[in-house]
Design a protein around this ligand. Structure first.
Ligand code: GAL
Length: 419
């Protein structure tokens, strides 16, 4: 099923490049300190999906008819992404840009180098350019209240993309994955791998590494994992030798790989240099898992394979999964997150007030829940569209990532993202 979506996206990308070629579309990431990625055209072999695989236009491809698409050409979408230094946001930016363009919209895409002030400036620039709608993945969920008040005053709807933006009533909707479930999938993976329900008197050592405290998602990921493992921690089956068990203690500023590595090196030196065995490194995402894996490779004396979790399906991490250095990653199909965002934005710009009906009418081939309870940003609950994450291991990389069209399997034996 997912294959069809990707095929549709790739076809859409081709349409987009045709439109661009006719001079009908504009992109401008100029205000940002990090240049927007030139959206790479899909390699011809991938773009030319066999007709049997391509989604029928009526079903998956952007549903806009020619008249709609032409009308959209008067409108510009402002997209503010956090940074290019974390791999996934490059994919998000490209997918969003391509698909909005395929619907005929102009796009301004900014990346803010993980700098809060820069992102505020970038969004100010987008407002000054009179964008018709903003899609924002915040660097710091707490720092955008003022600039988004300006957006609201200018009548610009704001979609909170992937990360919830806090303390502002300017946000109309939130599109993300079920973030708590990401953590529960990681926790459940550990339970299954160690067969903790049948552990008897056996004990296992675990260390946690979580994400950026400025990112509202990070707490959801950590809590999902910790809550799932807590019964085993309480029972003593799982032991945390470092004693670092609160989110504040295990958080990693800016999800930074080097920061995660240094922290794990310190933990290993203080708690494992006497031969204590580390069984699990529960990492909230791939950038932190990469640092933790490096620390274990360089500073861990044990010879056992440490279970290491992650999230995102970053290229380097998938290579580690193939090589057995990382056990799993929770994959979130950002191509589908982009599809949901585009359809939502399109409905809003057509004057609709989307709700659960958007999902029924869109006919997406991926699961998505409309949630009006879970995400309160301090000004009230923000209606949310939540997609479903998937566990990826060495055993299902082919079926989940390659057969679905998100990645190609290289001659080197490693998966590489299509975008
Ligand atoms: C989160 C996002 C994750 C991960 C992380 C680091 O907000 O949901 O997928 O990418 O940021 O950028």
């Amino acid at each position: 099923m997912k294959k069809k979506v990707v095929s549709a996206i790739l076809s859409a990308a081709m349409v987009a490049s045709l439109i661009t070629g006719c001079g009908g579309s504009a992109s401008n990431g100029g205000a940002a300190s990090e240049a927007a990625p030139a959206s790479e055209a899909a390699p011809a072999s991938e773009a030319a999906a066999p007709a049997s695989e391509a989604a029928p236009a009526s079903e998956e491809a952007p549903a806009a008819d020619a008249a709609d698409t032409a009308a959209n050409g008067d409108m510009t979408i402002g997209i503010a992404m956090p940074t290019k230094s974390l791999e996934r946001w490059n994919r998000d930016g490209s997918y969003l840009e391509e698909q909005f363009k395929a619907k005929g919209y102009n796009v301004e895409l900014t990346y803010s180098d993980n700098k809060i002030d820069q992102q505020v400036k970038d969004i100010e620039g987008l407002i000054a350019d009179n964008v018709n709608l903003l899609v924002v993945a915040a660097i710091d969920g707490e720092s955008l209240s003022q600039v988004l008040a300006e957006a609201k005053e200018s009548g610009i709807p704001v979609l909170s993309y992937d990360r919830l933006i806090m303390n502002t009533d300017a946000v109309s909707y939130y599109i993300s994955f079920d973030n708590y479930t990401v953590g529960t999938l990681q926790g459940q993976y550990v339970i299954d791998q160690l067969d903790l329900d049948n552990a008897g008197d056996k004990t296992y050592n675990i260390e946690f590494t979580a994400g950026d405290p400025a990112d509202n998602n990070a707490g959801f990921f950590f809590n999902g994992a910790y809550d799932t493992l807590k019964p085993y921690i309480d029972k003593g089956t799982l032991v945390i030798p470092s004693g670092q068990s609160s989110f504040e203690q295990v958080a990693t500023k800016q999800w930074d790989t080097a920061t995660a590595m240094t922290r794990m090196q310190n933990i290993l030196a203080s708690n494992y240099s006497d031969g204590t065995q580390l069984d699990v490194a529960l990492c909230s995402n791939d950038s932190t898992a990469l640092g933790v894996t490096q620390a274990i490779e360089s500073d861990y004396a044990g010879t056992n394979t440490v279970i290491i979790t992650g999230q995102d399906g970053d290229e380097a991490n998938l290579a580690n999964v193939v090589d057995g250095k990382q056990s799993m990653t929770v994959y979130k199909a950002v191509a589908n997150e982009a599809v949901a965002t585009i359809d939502l934005a399109d409905a809003i710009l057509k004057g609709e007030t989307p709700d659960a009906g958007l999902i029924d009418n869109a006919g997406w081939s991926f699961d998505c829940a409309y949630d009006t309870e879970s995400y309160d940003n301090g000004t009230g609950v923000i209606p949310s569209y939540l997609l479903v994450p998937t566990v990826v291991t060495k055993d299902n990389i082919q079926t989940e990532l390659v057969d679905t069209g998100y990645y190609t399997m290289g001659d080197d034996g490693y998966p590489h993202p299509v975008q």
